[in-house]
Write a protein that binds this ligand. Structure first.
Ligand SMILES: NC(=O)C1=CN([C@@H]2O[C@H](COP(=O)(O)OP(=O)(O)OC[C@H]3O[C@@H](n4cnc5c(N)ncnc54)[C@H](O)[C@@H]3O)[C@@H](O)[C@H]2O)C=CC1
Ligand SMILES: O=C(CO)COP(=O)(O)O
Ligand SMILES: [Zn+2]
Length: 353
């Protein structure tokens, strides 16, 4: 008897374009969210746009609550949940980079409330996904979270944000190549849950971005447009899969471990990009496609070496040899690399000097 079932939750409205920040209140109306919103943000995005969105709500006769978070932690999720209870809100709006959006979507899941995603940086593919990524001691959880009912991505804001945030978003997408290779390997060796549609969408998204790399240039609003579409598409792949697998393999474990060993040294997207060069080497060897990954990153100004990440060589080796322990996710790292092998891959790919 056929007993499989799937439940894919995707956003209903995705609004991308110049000046669309002023459409947040209209999008809320269109998806029939009522009552008082809680805007979940972090300090810089608050100054960039959150306060003006709050003013738009006030003009429409709604009094929004605002909470500012400083980091992506379970404590931050708790504090947002408490604020939502205290302020008697009905739905949440995440405004900011990956951390503010992750916290908002996880709090929404707990509160069983609707969630709207308003990215201020094209720096990560969690804009649309149904996952939240949070460190917890020695591990890093990828937890189920409320996918947004709507997304409002203003390309004017995204293009004005520091250029390295956009190159980080590109690198997060380019890393999909190795994430999917890891996923297929885990399917073959461990028979993990696998979706060919999600894998194909994730790979195709990376391919389209790389094909358009010439158009991704600082100060060009069209760049924000191209990158945001890729980030949305990659997030949809995660939502189809019901896991971060299509966009997160060993290169993400490496980045998550760097977050522990060298906190705030580099952006998430930049770290996964450098990780992807090395895990591509592990998949394909010297003649494999690791150079294509490195050249794609280089062509959009993303870091390709530890020095460019601002991380020392020994920390890279420590991350490579220990990151398989971050979570129970089978990848090309298997049960872990020894130090000689880690030094070999990092040196041969030019990641360490
Ligand atoms: N849930 C998911 O599926 C995914 C989650 N992530 C998570 O997202 C996080 C990484 O996201 P990021 O955006 O790189 O980190 P982030 O949220 O810390 O933002 C990076 C920096 O950009 C600043 N920023 C944001 N918008 C700005 C603007 N318009 N102008 C000036 N500065 C601005 C922020 O204030 C922050 O200092 C990680 O925690 C990662 O694990 C990443 C990908 C997918
Ligand atoms: O960053 C991600 C996809 O780009 C997802 O990260 P996690 O696997 O930690 O949820
Ligand atoms: Zn990522």
């Amino acid at each position: 008897m056929f007993e499989k079932s799937t439940w894919i939750r995707l956003p209903r409205n995705v609004v991308v374009g110049h000046g669309v920040r002023s459409a947040v209140v209209d999008v809320v109306d269109d998806i029939h969210l009522h009552g008082r919103p809680l805007l979940v943000t972090s300090p810089t995005p608050r100054a960039v746009v959150t306060d003006s969105i709050a003013a738009d709500f006030e003009d429409s006769g709604v009094d929004p609550a605002v909470v500012t978070i400083e980091s992506a932690t379970f404590d931050a999720v708790e504090s947002v949940i408490e604020t939502a209870d205290d302020e008697d809100v009905s739905y949440l709006v995440g405004v900011g980079g990956g951390k503010a959006i992750d916290i908002a979507k996880m709090a929404s899941e707990h509160l069983e409330m609707g969630f709207l995603s308003v990215p201020t940086a094209a720096s990560h593919d969690g804009i649309v996904s149904n996952r939240g990524s949070v460190p917890d001691g020695d591990t890093r959880h990828s937890v189920a979270a409320e996918p947004p009912l709507g997304v409002v991505a203003d390309t004017e804001i995204l293009a004005d944000a520091p250029w390295e945030l956009t190159t980080a978003g590109c690198a997060d997408i380019i890393s999909n190549y190795t994430a999917v290779m890891d996923w297929r390997l885990a399917k073959r060796l461990k028979d993990v849950e696998y979706s060919e549609y999600a894998a194909a969408l994730s790979e195709m998204t990376a391919e389209i971005l790389v094909d358009n790399a010439d158009l991704v240039r600082p100060g060009l609003e069209e760049s924000a447009w191209i990158v945001t579409k890729a980030l949305v598409s990659s997030g949809v792949a995660m939502s189809i899969a019901g896991s971060s697998r299509p966009a997160s393999g060993a290169e993400h474990l490496f980045s998550h471990q760097l977050d522990r060993l060298a906190p705030d040294a580099a952006l998430h997207g930049h770290q996964v990009g450098v990780g992807s060069i090395m895990t591509a080497y592990l998949h394909g060897g010297e003649r494999g496609f690791w150079r294509d990954i490195r050249d794609a990153l280089d062509s959009i100004d993303a870091p390709t070496t530890a020095a460019e990440l601002g991380i020392d060589d020994e920390t890279v080796i420590e991350a490579l040899t220990t990151c398989h322990e971050i979570r129970d996710r089978y990848t090309i790292l298997g049960d872990g690399m020894n130090e000689r092998a880690a030094r070999d891959v990092a040196t041969k790919t030019g990641v360490i000097g």
